[in-house]
Design a protein around this ligand. Structure first.
Ligand code: ATP
Ligand code: MG
Length: 571
């Protein structure tokens, strides 16, 4: 045993890992609770965390996986500043667009800065004067760095922080084929990262949101605690419900002869309307009114069983915002009984395409306490545009194969985007092409939530006793637990085993604390070492130790001289 090997052993007697017996009051989900209780993280402020020694080790493992996968596809690591000059954000237009999530500050001279929530602006400014020739393309750069977002609701520990670690990569291309190739490489690397972290995951079609661009995919760790909802199909189609498309399965309200106005006193909500008519919500139609920047009153019609997708609405009508109650009234509409019949002139009427399958609609009558049944498109009202405008949901039919979509919840651990020329254009980043012309770069960007991944792993790997780290990211592979450190032979054997394991290349912890066995077992389960090797007086009498596999809970006695081999096989 070299001194270096001995130094690498985590000695619990010296380790700063203040474990907690009780769950922290604000911890709603397993990862938050267990990372706190096992002494891996501590809260500094809402959404801002310190990583203690064991947490930092896990983080380093995740970073190594991410780094290896990035290096493996030829991306080069850089480190950009977290502190970014406001001017760059003026150029891209995002100083205004990003909203209150952007952490803004001023230096002593009154010059504006922000703490980077992402780095498109900075990297575009980095390359725009020095990456000049098509011969130097494509180029992929990445960093693993702290990001700041003043989230409206920081919560769930590391899942949604205000300061968190992201790996962000950016690629520059002379043409779409080159961008597509790197995007595919990145996507494949992202899948491998998820696999190596032990995650059960799905890649889903995504909305490209604040970052911009139009082709995007999210990698979702499946977990009930996830804030994202997704749908997926046996044909392979999978999407974030924000972005996905499906065909709503609707039912016809009893065949009507013609338009009939019915009294629906006190009924505003779709659920009440459906109950009143004794019909499923999917046979009713709900209307939502708003205006875009052009000021035109726009009414969106969706099945009563579904929600309007505001992202899609915003894409159809520039700057679309729903009307508030006063504005609804001012527009001559009725909040609880909005519908397509008898709308004010020049209203733009957009209907969910799935509604085409319904002949006779149940709709609001634009008059309080009244609805119509038997309303027919092209007879009683005219739809200006049929479009995909609902939030897709479980039970809808797959837009690609027509099968029924299944639903799940997920944690977005990473996302890849094709940005196109959004930033290179707004920030004037060009290169000279083969034909001598100046062209804007096409760009891709690719983000991994490093700290969020840590939480996602715990969400998938825990039980009522604590964390169950996959070996690839565990703070160490094995913890050697002497039952009684006062017992000379027990302790010396444990020390020797720890040293032997370390010399063999395993990462080892030694619980050399003068604590009761029960305390040590509980902490070992809570911290989640993949393997525990327990050394006790009774076992040693027969030259045996006990090995426990945290994941299965399986315990077995192993001969002292065989334990290293058994450990190797198990790991
Ligand atoms: P979300 O929709 O969850 O707010 P996002 O789509 O805005 O995330 P991106 O801009 O795609 O996030 O950032 C890349 C990755 O950074 C995300 O996939 C996620 O893993 C991580 N991330 C984003 N916001 C946070 C946060 N507040 N706390 C921790 N990780 C985050
Ligand atoms: Mg995202």
């Amino acid at each position: 045993m070299t001194n270096d090997t001995a130094k690498n052993i985590i000695r619990m007697s010296e380790l700063y890992t203040p474990t907690l017996k009780e769950d922290p009051a604000d911890a709603e989900i397993a990862s938050h609770r267990l990372l706190m209780r096992s002494g891996m993280i501590r809260k500094a402020a809402s959404g801002v965390y310190t990583f203690l020694p064991l947490g930092k080790k896990v983080l380093a493992k995740i970073e190594t996986i991410v780094r290896e996968e990035m290096d493996g596809i030829g991306a080069q690591e850089v480190m950009m500043p977290a502190l970014q000059p406001a001017e760059l954000w003026f150029e891209s237009g995002r100083w205004d667009d990003y909203g209150p999530e952007l952490m803004r500050l001023e230096d002593r001279h009154g010059r504006g800065f922000c703490l980077g929530p992402t780095h498109e602006e900075l990297i575009t400014s980095l390359v725009r004067n020095e990456l000049r020739s098509y011969k130097d393309l494509p180029l992929s750069l990445y960093q693993i760095q702290v990001k700041f977002r003043d989230e409206i609701r920081p919560r769930f520990g590391l899942l949604r922080g205000r300061e968190f670690i992201m790996k962000d990569a950016y690629s520059f291309h002379p043409n779409q084929a080159s961008l597509q190739e790197t995007y595919n490489d990145m996507s494949a690397a992202y899948g491998r990262m998820c696999d190596r972290m032990g995650l059960t995951w799905r890649a889903v079609e995504a909305d490209s949101g604040q970052i911009g661009g139009n082709t995007s995919c999210e990698f979702m760790a499946l977990a009930e605690a996830g804030e994202a909802e997704l749908v997926y199909c046996s044909c392979g189609y999978a999407a974030n419900t924000e972005a996905g498309e499906g065909t709503a399965q609707l039912e016809e309200y009893q065949a009507q002869k013609g338009l009939e106005k019915i009294a629906t006193p006190g009924i505003g909500a779709i659920s009440d309307l459906a109950k009143h008519l004794d019909t499923p919500e999917s046979s009713t139609v709900k209307a939502m009114a708003g205006r875009g920047t052009d000021g035109v009153l726009t009414v969106f019609l969706v099945p009563g069983s579904h929600e309007l997708n505001l992202i899609k609405a915003g894409r159809m009508v520039d700057g679309f915002e729903l009307l508030n109650d006063d504005a609804i009234e001012a527009a001559g509409l009725s909040k609880g009984s909005m519908g397509p019949v008898g709308l004010p002139p020049n209203t733009r009427l957009v209907a969910e395409k799935s509604l085409r399958t319904i002949e006779s609609w149940v709709v609001g009558a634009n008059e309080e306490g009244h609805h119509y049944v038997g309303a027919k498109s092209d007879v009683d009202f005219t739809v200006d545009e049929w479009a995909d405008i609902t939030v897709v949901k479980e039970g809808d039919l797959c837009a690609q194969c027509g099968s029924i979509l299944e639903g799940a919840r997920g944690i977005e651990v990473s996302q890849v985007f094709q940005l196109g020329d959004k930033y290179s254009k707004s920030m004037g980043a060009t290169f000279s092409a083969e034909d001598g012309s100046e062209q804007h770069f096409l760009m891709g960007c690719y983000g991994v939530g490093v700290t969020r991944s840590m939480a996602a792993i715990v969400e998938q790997y825990n039980d009522d006793k604590g964390i169950i780290w996959p070996i690839s990211v565990a703070p160490a592979h094995v913890c050697v637990i002497p039952l009684d450190v006062e017992e000379g032979e027990v302790f010396s054997t444990a020390q020797k085993l720890a040293a032997d394991f370390a010399a063999l290349g395993f990462e080892v912890a030694l619980d050399d604390r003068d604590e009761r066995a029960g305390v040590k077992f509980n902490d070992a389960d809570l911290i989640g070492w993949p393997i525990q090797v327990v050394v006790g007086k009774r076992g040693l009498g027969e030259a045996k130790v006990e090995m426990k596999v945290r994941k299965s809970g399986e315990k077995k006695d192993v001969a002292l001289d065989a334990i290293a081999d058994v450990l190797r096989d198990t790991l």
